[in-house]
Write a protein that binds this ligand. Structure first.
Ligand SMILES: [Zn+2]
Length: 183
């Protein structure tokens, strides 16, 4: 962090907005979704918020960033979201990075890196493609540890829940049919 060119005030603002995004991610988790949260900011004011809801909405595109961009367009009454910054707790996927380029946001700040689907540099970099007609400035890894542990704690808890559910079912099956589970 010390060798970064980001001024300290900028970093403090970035961390403050990332904490806001972390709180929005909790709403996704409360709905049984993978916790990812996003907030779009202009002139240090909230324009729109979003959190991950694809399972709830039966919508594969209902990622935190997409929902945030859609809400922002309505709020600003403009399909271009010029001079805005999007904060998101997880590195955007290819779909969301593409939508960010279309929306012409100025900058994206993300927390945790996503080695499997990250399209802001981890797997591919769609935000700074010189061949595209717009490039989005990227600040990576703000509150990365907090963002990553929110996700890993969620997956850990879910694995434990699935495991105890499985054990409970096996126990129930053994009561009904004593030989069950021995094969
Ligand atoms: Zn996405």
């Amino acid at each position: 962090m010390t060798d970064t060119a980001i001024p300290n005030t900028q970093l403090a603002d970035d961390e403050q907005w990332m904490r806001h995004a972390l709180q929005l991610a909790e709403r996704a988790e409360a709905a049984g979704e993978v916790p990812v949260g996003a907030v779009l900011v202009k002139d240090n004011q909230v324009i729109a918020e979003g959190w991950n809801l694809p399972i709830t909405d039966n919508d594969p595109t209902a990622h935190a960033e997409i929902r945030c961009l859609q809400q922002a367009g309505k709020a600003l009454q403009n399909y271009r979201l010029l001079d805005t910054t999007l904060y998101v707790t997880l590195e955007p996927c290819a779909m969301c990075a593409g939508a960010m380029v279309h929306s012409r946001i100025g900058r994206v700040v993300f927390g945790a890196f996503d080695a499997k689907t990250g399209a802001a540099g981890s797997v591919i970099d769609l935000l700074q493609q010189p061949q595209f007609n717009h490039q989005v400035q990227v600040t990576a890894g703000v509150l990365a540890d907090e963002c990553a542990s929110q996700l890993s704690n969620f997956f850990k808890r879910r694995r434990q829940e699935q495991k105890s559910l499985k054990q409970q079912r096996q126990a129930e099956a053994a009561v009904i049919q004593p030989d069950a589970g021995k094969s």
